[in-house]
Design a protein around this ligand. Sequence first.
Ligand SMILES: [Cu+2]
Length: 122
Amino acid sequence: MRRIILLMTVAALVVVGTLLAVSMAGAHKHPTAKSQKHPTRTLLIKNFSFKPANITIKRGTKVRWINKDSTAHTATANNGRSFDSGRLGKGQSYTHTFKSVGKKPYHCKIHPDMRASVLVKR
Ligand SMILES: [Cu+2]
């Protein structure tokens, strides 16, 4: 009999523990879901290159370039019009939201051999 009571107590504790864990997970779910709706990918411009150079993102993702070099750089779409950061000095950043699907090659206007691309998927 004592053993049954012990087993039931353990079972009750497990149930309560699971419920608590589930409710806590639920409480944390909301901000996560919100931040994933408009996620941001951060890219670094470092040692005269875009890092990482080639990324794949979902449509609607914000991409933020941060210039870590002491030299100025740009992140400029090869088509010359989708996006252009302009001159980014040391520590400056530029953000662009990719709204259309496709491969978006870009480069640095100041150093045209700095090349990279963003692949935007649905
Ligand atoms: Cu550059």
